[in-house]
Every structure is written in structure tokens, then in C-alpha cells.
Design a protein around this ligand. Sequence first.
Ligand code: ZN
Length: 471
Amino acid sequence: MKNTNTHTKTIPFLCLLLLLTLLCGCSVSASSLTMVSTKRTAALTQQGEAFWEGHRAAQTYGTPQQDVTYGGNLSYALQYPETGNEAVDARIRQIVTERRDAFLQEYQAQAGAEAVLLLGYETYLTDSDQLSLVWFEAHQEADAPTPDPTVTITHFNLTSGAEVAAEELMWAGFAENAAAYCTQYFTETEPYQNGIFGNYRTLLAPESGRYTRFALTEAGVLFYFDRYDLFPGSYGAVTLTIPYEKMRAALPAPQTEEAALDPTIDPTQKLVALTFDDGPNPTHTNAILDTLEQYGAKATFFDLGSLVEKYPDVVRREEALGCETASHSYAHKNFNKLSNAEIKTDMQQTEAAFQKALGHSPSLFRPPYGACDTRVAQQIDLPICLWSVDTLDWKSRDAAEILKVIRAEGDLDGKVILMHGIYGATAEAVAQLVPQLQAEGYQLVTVSELIAARHGETPQAGKTYGYSYFQ
Ligand code: ZN
């Protein structure tokens, strides 16, 4: 086994010359070629060093080998490990040769193309003699910005020397546990929570295909996410190691209570939930209900218990039209400023008002002013529902402005829009918005329907459904 980490040219000079002649198809004299080649090879070695630098600390297994070769317009700087395991080393050399040949073939097809193939690696070893060899490959074209390396992974069983497919290393619940961990981690941890793309639930789903590219390390399963895959480009490529105990966690039992889903809702199509706070109001809530009725659309009303007592017919009409009736407290007080006892009284009064008007409890709770700190949340025995688009209708009181704010959001799929059921301007805006959204293919659903259809979940008491959830 070689112990050195020097720049070994593995292709003898004669072969190199032959290769150059083949590649260039030119008739430059051998001596000038040699001069150019030596100079270019030195530059190339430097380029390789820079490319390999970031991976050196993770090259803990085997001895690094380098193949730095200038070949006319096309060159390569390859680094790979020699492990001393004959079968493994033969396969590694085969992979390196395949990569090089694929690169040469790709660029030889483009007349005059100048490019460098850069190949680097990292190694990860588990105590069960499992080697994950992570390859970083970049095709650097002349005058082009440095490309993001492509990451691929080869697994070996060091006892048998056999290459092992990633799928063979995955256990039951592997992708599901990875998806659950990644979703929680990336939506709750700085700086990821502010950058994660809005459709992360789809991107990170177990079946998304993102959990078959991993390295098994001593600490856990290391996943690689390409630049631009989950986050804006400024985040670069992102890696996440999930501890083995999290990866082997028992999966939550399938929900026995199936999320009630209206069979007319197609969860694969666009969904949006309109919500109206502070009602019911006999004039404006009814105007909104007229529009919903006309277009067969649904919405969610976060009603005040005190007004439910006053206008029970309006609340009953909300329900009769298939809308969701939810609580916005009894008298619109800031819960953060109430004692636990006061919160309890408020919730009980609201519950009584809903029971009297509808014969059942409100389905969800939305705190007045969105004020709901940890202490308050612990007092609430309903699912806590916030929003993801704030129309500020209470401020503008202008239909055109309300529509403008909503449109400025762009894609509304999966979002919950906050409005108020007590303004003429809001009712006016809704009369235009509902047919527009339907024409664009949006299904107007209740919040609970959106949670069921998009997230496969039944809203749970005490859990907060907030901004990042409704993306
Ligand atoms: Zn309110």
C-alpha cells in the first residue's frame, strides 16, 4: 500500500502523449506538447488541491491517490482512496475510470470545448465495517463559474469487499423517520427555518427520493441536499446528520381517526383557505356567505362567543353552507394579558355560546391579535390556528387594496388567508376573489379540510398551526 500523499501521475507519459494526440487531433510537435503539458498539469494540480481541500478532514479511511492529467482541451484532477482491500480498490478504480471516460465522451462531443474534471471524496466508516465513499464531482468549463459539485455515494461492506446498494442499507421507517426529522429540524432551527422553500412538505416527503443518498457515519446517517434544492442558493449545499436513535425511532401508529376529507376535494390540486375573524355580523358575514353560497365555496369563521350569542342564525348559516365554525374567544381580549383563570372563563363562555347555537364545540381557536404565548397555548384545549397571509383588511378597508395584498403573495396553494367578517370592503373583495380563485383552479376549503388534505392530519388540541405550517 502506498503511504504517500504525493501527486502521482498514474498514466505514463507515452500514454499521455497518445491521449493528447487522440484528443486534439492536432500535429503539434512532441516537445512543445511536453512543455505545455507540464505547465498545465501543475496548474491543474493546484486546482485539484483547492477542490480537495475541504474534504481532507473527512478522508479518514485509506490513502488518498491522485491522478492529475492534462489532455489537450480536456484535463482531469482525480482523487480517490486506496483501501488495501483488493475487491474494494478494484471497484474504486473502475468507478474513477468510468467517471473520467464519461467526462471525456461528453466533452469530446462538443467541438473545441475546454473543461476540467475534478473528482474528490470523503470516507465514512461505521463500527459494523460499512464504508460509505462520498464522491464530489465537478466539470469546470473554461471561462465558466465554478460549478456546484455533484454528490454521489458508493457503499462497501469491508468484510466481504462487496459494493452494497443504498436501498439494502435502509431499514423499515428509514425514509419516514428521516422526513420527520428533517422537516422539524429545517423548520425550527436557525438559519434554515427562514430559508426553507414553502413547498418543503413535498420536498421532504418520505417518497421524495431525497433519502437514498446518504453516508453511514459513526454518529448517524448523513444526508446531502444540493444547493437550491431546499433553500436559496446563498445557503449552499446543506448536509444533516440524523442520530441513529432518531432514524430507528418507532413510527407513530397510523391515525385511527381518519382525517375527515370531503370526497369532492382533490388533495393533489391547489387548495386555499379563506378565514374571517371577529364576526358574526348580520350584514357583512351574510354578504360573504352569499358569495360562498353562489360559488359553492367554503371558508372558516373565527367567531366571537359574545356575537355567536347575539347572532346565532348567522353562525347556523355558516355551518349550513359547509363552512367551519371556530372560536376567536368570547370578547376579543388579549389572552397574553389574562390570568389562567380568566382564560378558562373566556373559553367556557365561548363553548357555551357555540353549544347553544350549534349544539357542539368550535373546531379551532384563533387567539385575538394572534397573542398566544407558551403559557396561554397550554391553557387552550382546541387546535390553535393562525394564518399565513394577512390581508390587513381592518386597516385598508378597501376591496382593491385587499385583493392587491393577496395577489402580492403569488402562489396561494396551501395558504390560510386572514380577513375579517365585519367590513363591507372585505365582503366586496370576497365577491371578486372567490370566482377569480376558482377560475385559477383553487379549491376553497376550510382550514381543517386543508390540514387533512395537504398534511394528512386531524387538527390536534393544544398544537399551534402557524405561518410556516400553512405554506
Ligand atoms: Zn380579531
